[in-house]
Design a protein around this ligand. Structure first.
Ligand code: SF4
Length: 328
């Protein structure tokens, strides 16, 4: 169970004088939705409405709450500072308290003298402790600031690793504190440095080099398939923090300029089932970069990022391949 800071949530509701409160949870916290709604109603006397659609990031702020509620409480993610502020939305960052210090001696053996530290919001409070430990053990540990899409120093998102790229010339290597492979993979691809993962959940230290090679081979295969496509579907997300409409228009013009057909498709949640009906040879996602990278094997047609489309159409060399990102 995670600390969802419900006393702070109750204060926010009282200050706003809200009677109806929408609650948005990411998938990993939905099991706490009922208990949280009960407790918030008990503390404030308001009526809670749980937003049941999937939620993957602060980019996915469900603005439809305005039809049902006075305020929205969004759990689990830090706000994206570059997104338009809504004073009636409260972001409740959720921290994980898993211990990781006992994993550090194994990591130390694999670390270069100068290390950049990155993590997700769930572990951001532990970066200072990590830096202090590494410096006591003879390493220079650097924590960088990202752009306006990220709120905290050292924080990376799947779509934005500027906290790493801003310090890439000051360090030899990165240490990612957290779980999952996508974020360290994104750091490795964007910063061009190796990444050691200290994973408090899996209780292991690993690198992402093999995985990076495998993903790059997959991407190369997807690009090769898409290069033969006669028609492309360009996916535009309706999620407020994932919309790149101007980029989608530009991609459409580029595809047409190459003598192929291009169709703009607006979607909220993108899934293989929803795309199946479209008689289209390949897709390009201007939405969350994870769509093309993480879920690639689930789609029967190639799914590219905008950068990969350039490679498929011969407008960019494979050697200049870069990771798709949302900059703030
Ligand atoms: S666009 Fe994707 S990676 Fe970026 S914040 Fe949203 S869900 Fe996360």
């Amino acid at each position: 169970m995670f600390d969802l800071h419900l006393a702070e949530v109750a204060d926010f509701i009282r200050v706003k004088g809200a009677h109806r409160v929408a609650l948005q949870f990411p998938e990993g916290l939905k099991s706490q939705a009922m208990e949280s709604a009960d407790e918030i109603e008990r503390l404030t006397g308001c009526v809670c409405i749980i937003l049941g659609d999937p939620c993957y990031g602060a980019c996915d702020l469900n603005v439809s709450y305005r039809a049902f509620a006075d305020v929205l409480v969004h759990f689990g993610h830090s706000e994206i500072p570059s997104m338009a502020a809504d004073d009636n939305v409260l972001f409740v960052e959720v921290r994980l308290e898993y211990d990781f210090i006992d994993l550090l001696p194994a990591a130390l053996e694999r670390l270069s003298p100068r290390v950049g530290l990155v993590t997700t919001v769930q572990h951001i409070h532990q970066l200072g402790m990590l830096k202090e430990w590494l410096e006591r053990h003879g390493r220079t540990a650097v924590i960088g600031w990202g752009d306006k899409r990220v709120k905290n120093a050292g924080q990376v998102l799947g779509c934005n690793v500027t906290a790493a790229s801003s310090i890439k010339d000051e360090v030899d290597q990165f240490l990612y504190l957290g779980s999952g492979d996508f974020h360290p993979l994104a750091v490795s691809l964007a910063a061009g440095k190796s990444v050691i993962v200290v994973d408090p959940l899996m209780r292991e230290v690993r690198d992402v080099e093999q995985l990076k090679d495998k993903i790059l081979r997959q991407r190369h295969g997807a690009i090769a398939l898409a290069s033969e496509a006669r028609s492309f579907g360009i996916i535009i997300s309706s999620k407020p923090g994932q919309q790149r409409r101007a980029l989608a228009d530009k991609l459409k013009a580029t595809i047409i300029g190459k003598g192929r057909k291009a169709f703009l498709i607006v979607m909220d949640n993108v899934s293989p089932e929803q795309l199946m009906a479209f008689q289209i040879d390949a897709f390009v996602s201007t939405a969350c970069p994870r769509l093309a990278m993480d879920d690639y094997l689930r789609y029967s047609k190639p799914m590219l990022t905008p950068i990969e489309l350039e490679v498929a159409l011969g407008a960019r060399n494979w050697d200049d391949y870069i990771f798709d990102s949302f900059l703030g």
